[in-house]
Design a protein around this ligand. Structure first.
Ligand code: BV8
Length: 246
């Protein structure tokens, strides 16, 4: 998708916008080589369903399996680089008076791209916490899977929100506040299936925001978007930023 494919009315709206929110999902990291959450897992993990592993019950049942799954994903993320889509959002943060980036992703690529304020709804797999005290702990180099907490001996776990767990209260509150008070809300690279994140676009439109979806595929949100930019974030976002600010 090039700048010419972008609706003039959207470019004008963005030039006049003051407060913009972008919600991102696994799709924005796809072009960095990080598999999306629902893409078939590869290799050793192809027989596992992420939804079955990313739960407290799975960790309770088989802590080693779940810890090793996250180790595998951490290595994928460490080897990945932010892409043009991540970098375009850094530019939007630079140019706009009030820009809020809310991510469902746990890969930390927005921060590595240079985004300064990122609301992480689902945590970050590059961080570990004690499963009992929930204090951040660096596991260091260890063969133990999962390593024990040096303070209390309980297992360490990834600092992510599993299915069935509550999101960090401040994160979902700040994200909802921003959605309710923005002029334009972007939903980028998400299947719009996971709650409560998937309710943020509706909170924005109910408060009068223009809602834009960026995704190569149709999602349950598409029919309610004011604009659907049907393409990969790594192409659409740079084209949008260049059309607005060139
Ligand atoms: C909670 C961390 C309650 C772990 C993740 C109804 C209402 C409320 C809740 C529920 C409900 N029904 C069910 C629930 C429970 C559940 C839920 O939503 N389930 C879903 C499956 C229906 N929600 C929860 O459990 C949440 N907690 O509700 O708690 C509570 C309250 C108080 C006290 C106790 C409990 C917790 C949800 C968080 C789960 N953790 N991640 C980990 O990653 O290991 S979510 C996980 O899915 C990832 O974070 C991922 O980001 C997220 C969402 O997926 P997407 O990002 O959308 O990724 P996906 O692969 O699905 O889609 C990718 C998209 O990208 C596609 O559309 C594709 O077309 C597009 N794409 C591909 N390439 C590109 C692209 N787009 C742009 N460019 C490209 N190049």
């Amino acid at each position: 998708m090039t700048e010419n494919d972008l609706p003039d009315s959207l470019i004008r709206t963005m030039r006049n916008a003051r407060r913009v929110v972008a919600l991102t999902g696994a799709g924005i990291s796809a072009e960095s080589g990080v598999p999306t959450f629902r893409e078939a897992q590869t290799g050793l993990w192809e027989t596992y369903e992420p939804l079955d592993l990313a739960t407290p019950e799975a960790f309770e049942r088989d802590p080693r399996l779940v810890w090793e799954w996250y180790e595998w994903r951490r290595k994928l993320v460490d080897a990945a680089e932010p892409n043009a889509g991540h970098r375009a959002l850094v530019e939007l943060e630079y140019w706009l008076p009030d820009f809020t980036l809310v991510t469902q992703n746990v890969d930390g690529l927005h921060q590595r791209a240079g985004s300064r304020s990122v609301i992480e709804l689902h945590g970050n797999i590059t961080r570990s916490i004690c499963s009992a005290e929930r204090t951040p702990i660096d596991p260091g180099l260890t063969e133990l899977a999962p390593p024990p907490c040096p303070q209390c001996g309980a297992s360490l776990r990834p600092d992510v929100v599993w299915f069935g767990e509550a999101l960090p209260a401040a994160a979902i509150l700040d994200a909802t506040e921003s959605a309710r008070s923005c002029d334009v809300f972007f939903s980028i690279g998400t299947s719009s299936l996971v709650q409560p994140a998937a309710s943020l676009p509706e909170a924005a439109t109910r408060s009068g925001a223009i809602m834009v979806e960026i995704n190569p595929e149709k999602t349950p949100l598409s029919s309610r978007a004011d604009y659907v930019l049907r393409g990969p974030a790594g192409e659409v976002l740079p084209a949008l930023v260049s059309a607005i600010y060139s």
